[in-house]
Design a protein around this ligand. Structure first.
Ligand SMILES: NC(=O)c1ccc[n+]([C@@H]2O[C@H](COP(=O)([O-])OP(=O)(O)OC[C@H]3O[C@@H](n4cnc5c(N)ncnc54)[C@H](O)[C@@H]3O)[C@@H](O)[C@H]2O)c1
Ligand SMILES: O=P(O)(O)OC[C@H]1O[C@H](O[C@H]2[C@H](O)[C@@H](O)[C@@H](O)O[C@@H]2CO)[C@H](O)[C@@H](O)[C@@H]1O
Ligand SMILES: [Mn+2]
Length: 441
């Protein structure tokens, strides 16, 4: 079998060790000859790089491993770039969450004003990353799951339409795993139909390979419990805030019981509840800094201190197998069926062709082919149109440096109560993001 050269961009990410472990666990399906971590923060990446170097020498000595801040070294000869950068890191995530909350607005990393702010920081560096990849490895594919994926995907559509970039989210994968537990199946046994935008969508069917429809059974469970299952799904998502999110799906389902909702819809359907139940001094960023970041980096330091990974290793990021499935689909033309963020072009029959939507696709060596989801009801269509317009205005505002469009984007967000509030939030966000954003006039 062919062996691949993979670069992980955002090598210092808390997800990097879990993804490396997952790659090691899948070498029989996706053989790797070279693995490189690339980041623009050497100090952060060095800790993970040094510890993974020790681990890989012990567990996979045949893989050539590097970690670097030099793009030429990182990208030359790469077949795949797995991208999970966080522009501004947790410091800025904290601001994205806390500034809107201070104004009584949802504070979330990908939804509402916080998501747009994160998008404004990420468009430039993501485009730069794509250009570096193409400069040093013109045939390389980028599998991007850096957030905010909806805004990044729209920016790619406009600014780099011909680049080999696939945008994907793991939320539907994680929720499908929960659904499979509810009906005592394996995720691989199930095939779904789904329509929406990233972090904004609905399942319309969950069938097994024989065609039996499980949606009514799952719906009955979700109406009582949300997606909260009894089985531990993954460690960081046992945090209280995520438990609350999975439980809240019950109230999302109540709004339209025909379809199974994506949990992120809670920020749009119940923004007042979300603000009331948030602590503006301790948000999800703080929970992650005190939890996942602390755990991953202390494990890395222990490995470095002990000069061995034996007995103190990282755990497999099991949710991340979707990345291997996607890479395999491209590499081996497997025609895997996966939800991807792609240009609509008729997949949702009564929605704009040029909208970046999340729908099931068949993925082969040439990339994704969308599967038709037919017409969607007016309620969901209207919600999606409002949200996709926020995302489009945000990208236009970035390209044109337009304060007016930026203000319109926030005013249009369903999470924001008025243009006045939108302006106050925007002005505070501009102040906080001076180091990252272009000037908005
Ligand atoms: N799409 C999904 O479903 C999904 C799932 C999980 C995580 N994510 C995303 O993955 C990313 C990483 O999350 P995290 O919590 O581990 O963050 P993190 O802050 O731990 O890691 C991000 C890394 O990116 C680096 N970075 C920032 N700008 C860069 C640039 N221009 N070039 C190279 N490296 C750069 C940072 O230095 C940091 O080491 C985030 O964007 C997060 O939202 C997405
Ligand atoms: O708050 P965080 O940083 O812990 O997570 C934010 C990410 O949440 C989603 O991904 C989850 C997924 O929903 C869950 O089932 C499991 O697989 O873990 C994932 C990563 O934490 C979301 O899709 C991402 O876009 C967010 O970055
Ligand atoms: Mn996501």
């Amino acid at each position: 079998m062919k062996e691949f050269s993979v670069v992980i961009a955002g090598g210092g990410s808390t997800y990097t060790p879990g993804i490396v472990m997952m790659l090691l666990d899948n070498l029989d399906r996706f053989p790797i000859k070279q693995l490189t971590l690339y980041d623009n923060d050497a100090d952060r990446q060095n800790v993970l790089g040094e510890s993974l170097d020790i681990l890989l020498k012990e567990q996979a000595p045949d893989i050539t491993f590097h970690y670097t801040t030099d793009p030429e070294k990182a990208f030359t000869g790469a077949d795949f770039c797995f991208a999970h950068i966080r522009v501004g890191k947790y410091d800025m995530r904290e601001k994205d969450e806390k500034i809107p909350l201070k104004h009584g607005v949802v504070g979330q990393e990908t939804c509402g004003p916080g998501g747009v702010a994160y998008g404004m920081r990420s468009i430039g560096p993501m485009v730069e990353l794509i250009d570096l990849m193409e400069q040093y490895s013109p045939d390389c594919w980028m599998l991007n799951y850096s957030n905010p994926a909806a805004i990044i995907a729209e920016a790619c559509r406009i600014l780099r339409p011909n680049s080999k970039v696939l945008n994907i989210c793991d939320m539907p994968v994680g929720t499908l795993r929960r659904m499979s537990q509810i009906i005592d199946k394996q995720p691989n046994d199930l095939e779904v139909r789904y329509f929406g935008l990233n972090h904004f969508g609905w399942w319309t069917s969950v069938k097994d390979k024989e065609g039996h429809e499980y949606l009514p059974q799952i719906r009955d469970y979700v109406a009582e419990n949300g997606y909260l299952t009894q089985i531990e799904v993954d460690t960081q998502h046992m945090d209280q805030s995520w438990q609350d999110t999975h439980k809240k799906a019950k109230d999302l389902l109540a709004v339209d019981p025909r379809f199974l909702p994506n949990t992120y819809l809670k920020y749009y359907f119940y923004p007042d509840y979300e603000v009331e139940h948030s602590d503006a001094d301790y948000t999800r960023a703080n929970e992650v800094i005190d939890g996942r970041e602390q755990e991953v980096f202390s494990t890395a330091r222990t490995i470095i201190e002990n000069e061995t990974a034996a007995g103190s290793g990282f755990s497999i990021g099991s949710h991340a197998t979707f990345i291997v499935d996607l890479a395999r689909a491209i590499a081996f033309n497997t025609h895997e069926r996966m939800l991807m963020i792609v240009e609509n072009n008729g997949a949702i029959a009564n929605f704009d062709d040029d909208a970046m939507v999340e729908v099931p696709c068949i993925i082969g060596s040439d990339g994704p082919e969308t599967l038709s989801q037919g017409k969607i009801p007016e309620f969901e269509r209207a919600l999606m149109y409002q949200q996709v317009t926020v995302e489009k205005l945000a990208v236009e505002a970035y390209i044109e440096g337009s304060y007016q469009k930026f203000w319109q984007a926030l005013t249009l967000s369903k999470t924001v109560p008025s243009a006045a509030v939108a302006k106050n939030v925007l002005d505070d966000l501009i102040e906080a993001n001076q180091e990252y954003w272009p000037e908005f006039k």
